[in-house]
Design a binder for this molecule. Structure first.
Ligand SMILES: NC(=O)c1ccc[n+]([C@@H]2O[C@H](COP(=O)([O-])OP(=O)(O)OC[C@H]3O[C@@H](n4cnc5c(N)ncnc54)[C@H](O)[C@@H]3O)[C@@H](O)[C@H]2O)c1
Length: 383
């Protein structure tokens, strides 16, 4: 069994929980899960054992009720037994039209961390998945500074994700190993403070920021052009969507976090920094979760010919990440069982926009896929 805790019971967390239960009931196949059911740990073994949020309208409700806000079809009754617990807020939902509350309103951050670690010791997750709203953040890169900020209750310096990742390291230390999957842009797998902590505590960290939508496609198209020695003059890639994540990204500081994880791809793959604009550009409610993506790449071919690629798409945002998470939680459990700690580049490089550790960059996803399969003990597919 793979016991999973969800931090941030929003669209992605709800599609993930629903999809897993529908697969178990035999209502659904494995499309959208990169490794399907090839791993020794089966999809049917995944069990959501806990969920946290800071939205007052979700705390105390059961998962069946919360998931019903995102999924119109029949929801398996098995989700009724999980109640959404109160998490640590630290302003994650600031400026959004959502009433929020966090444990830190009643206690210090250190006490809130202790409370959460105690709860986790009761719930016994193998993997903790972070799906909170995108945050504006400052990385630490220094373990002592991070610990000081928690000890000194420095609420200005810390984000919820950083505190959750710290709590995960304490939990892993107590139970002898666990995995933390950071699917949002806050740097965790790319922040040495957390990698140092992970080393001492048998924590496996996958991150940062799930690679869905247009970014991995852009990476593969750029690799295609690089292999043919075409010179890329400029790249424009933008997304407009109507879910709460896009609403949150209308805030400049949060959007900057996304920009960082998406933009590293151009230089990493081409070897030079072609002028580029890659980021979410707007919120349009009527698009809902099916975002509009557009890509425009202009490049120089033989004899100076100028070509252009123009790609448009409508992509369901949340199922794309939820499908990746079905693999990530199983790979997390496998890594813990192998006694790994720190971050695993072979996994991150396929599944993440900004694969940790920091000194490694993006490689074409078609190559990353083969590396990841080898790490998982599977045969390469095309090599
Ligand atoms: N394809 C994708 O959808 C995709 C891809 C990559 C990354 N992401 C990231 O995944 C995250 C989740 O996306 P979503 O579409 O589910 O967003 P969402 O807004 O539907 O859900 C986020 C949830 O997190 C909760 N939350 C916010 N702060 C919290 C905190 N401090 N503690 C606990 N819960 C908290 C919110 O109340 C909400 O329920 C976003 O940060 C997004 O950037 C999504």
């Amino acid at each position: 069994m793979v016991r999973v805790i969800i931090l941030g019971q929003g669209y992605v967390g709800s599609v993930f929980a629903t999809g897993i239960e529908r697969i178990k009931k035999g209502d659904l196949g494995y499309y959208g899960i990169p490794l399907g059911n090839e791993l020794p740990v089966k999809v049917e073994e995944i069990e959501v054992v806990g969920s946290y949020d800071v939205d007052k309208g979700k705390i105390g409700k059961n998962l069946h009720e919360v998931v019903g806000r995102y999924w119109e079809g029949e929801i398996p009754g098995s989700l009724e037994s999980i109640v959404v617990r109160k998490g640590i807020h630290l302003g994650s939902l600031h400026n959004l039209p959502i009433e929020a509350e966090g444990l830190e309103e009643e206690m210090t951050l250190k006490e809130a961390v202790e409370k959460i670690v105690d709860e986790w010791k009761g719930l016994r997750p193998d993997v903790i998945v972070n799906l909170c709203t995108t945050e504006a953040f400052e990385p630490f890169n220094n373990k002592e500074e991070l610990i000081d900020a928690i000890e000194n209750d420095d609420r200005e310096r810390l984000t919820a994700t950083q505190v959750y990742a710290y709590a995960a390291s304490l939990y892993a230390k107590e139970v002898g190993g666990a995995a933390f999957v950071n699917a949002i842009p806050t740097l965790i797998a790319n922040d040495n403070a957390f990698l140092e902590l992970a080393k001492e505590s048998n924590l496996v960290i996958f991150g940062d920021d799930g690679a869905t939508g247009a970014t991995p496609l852009t990476a593969d198209i750029l690799a295609h052009l690089a292999q043919r020695n075409r010179y890329v003059k400029r790249v424009a890639q933008f997304n407009i969507g109507g879910n709460t994540d896009f609403l949150a990204l209308t805030n400049k500081d949060r959007n900057r976090s996304k920009e960082h994880t998406k933009s590293s791809v151009v230089k990493d793959i081409l070897g030079y920094n072609a002028p580029h604009y890659i980021k979410p550009t707007g919120y349009l409610e009527l698009l809902g979760d099916r975002k509009f993506i557009a890509m425009h790449i202009e490049y120089v071919s033989f004899n100076g010919a100028i070509d252009e690629l123009i790609i448009n798409g409508r992509i369901n945002d949340s199922p794309a990440l939820a499908g990746l998470l079905v693999d990530l939680v199983r790979l997390g459990k496998m890594a813990v069982e192998r006694g790994e700690w720190g971050t695993v580049y072979e996994v991150n490089t396929f599944y993440m926009k900004n694969p940790g550790p920091a000194e490694k960059g993006n490689i074409p996803r078609i190559i990353a896929y083969e590396k990841m399969r080898l790490w998982a003990g599977l045969k390469p597919r095309w090599l």
